[in-house]
Design a protein around this ligand. Structure first.
Ligand SMILES: Cc1cc2nc3c(=O)[nH]c(=O)nc-3n(C[C@H](O)[C@H](O)[C@H](O)COP(=O)(O)OP(=O)(O)OC[C@H]3O[C@@H](n4cnc5c(N)ncnc54)[C@H](O)[C@@H]3O)c2cc1C
Length: 218
């Protein structure tokens, strides 16, 4: 159900110099894992989309945000203090797992860059026994946000600028080297260039278009 409400910021957790989690009072907001909200500081007009990072059974609503250089909202949100108020619209969006995928326990490939890992974090926390592989593209290994929340057998961090990830190089290079079952359902989230490249690679590997799902952040 769509809501438009004021929510109190419970806490802010800084993961790196630029990336943080906002933990927000939920006020009974219900959502499907993979959906996003429109978020702004109460009393201001600017709002931006943020995927929900937390699980459906969690007490608080969480979003994972990267401060964008010269960005308006991501900079202001980073300076917020617990107790301050946020305006939330939503949840909205269709970047979710279908009943068919869930009931038939399909093989899932989740591919993210940066904070694009947020919807997958929510799916994995919310839905037990997902048959997933999660490929996370970061610049540095220490940007593998929430790594301990994933099954280590199912998670690969591809770090492009240092050697501290599981794989050194871009997500696209990693995908090119792998084999995939034609029945794999693929979900891509993050920046447009990664998504475009990754979709091309998966199509070349024989995955049909209806199994490719995308959420473009910028
Ligand atoms: C469906 C959806 C879900 C999203 N979920 C998230 C999320 O979970 N976490 C998150 O951090 N962001 C997310 N975003 C991006 C977010 O909505 C904002 O665009 C971002 O926070 C920048 O807003 P800003 O006001 O700070 O910058 P603005 O002043 O609006 O824009 C500054 C510039 O930064 C670019 N930009 C946006 N995001 C990034 C980025 N990550 N890195 C580099 N440049 C960028 C924009 O294209 C723009 O050119 C999502 C976007 C969409 C469409």
């Amino acid at each position: 159900m769509q809501q438009n409400n004021l929510h109190r910021l419970h806490d802010i957790c800084h993961l790196t110099d630029s990336t943080y989690i906002l933990r927000i009072e939920r006020n009974n907001l219900e959502f499907q894992p993979g959906q996003h909200i429109l978020l702004g500081i109460a009393g201001t007009y600017e709002q931006r989309e943020y995927s929900i990072y937390s699980g459906t059974d969690d007490t608080y609503l969480e979003v994972l945000v990267k401060e964008v250089e010269d960005g308006i909202v991501s900079k202001k949100l980073k300076r917020m203090k617990p107790g301050e108020m946020l305006n939330i619209e939503g949840p909205v969006g269709f970047f979710t797992l279908s009943q068919e995928v869930l009931e038939q326990k399909k093989k899932l490939l989740f591919v993210a860059t940066g904070t694009g890992i947020a919807p997958f974090h929510s799916m994995i926390k919310s839905i037990p026994d997902l048959n997933y592989s999660l490929i996370h593209g970061t610049r540095y290994g220490h940007e593998s946000y929430g790594q301990s929340d994933y099954d280590p057998e199912r998670y690969i961090c591809c770090s492009s600028r240092d050697k501290t990830g599981d794989y050194q190089g871009r997500v696209s290079a990693y995908l090119k080297e792998q084999q995939f079952d034609a029945d794999t359902y693929c979900y891509f989230c993050g920046n447009f260039n990664m998504i475009k490249d990754a979709m091309g690679i998966m199509e070349q590997k024989g995955i049909s278009q209806e199994k490719l799902h995308t959420e473009v952040y910028f």
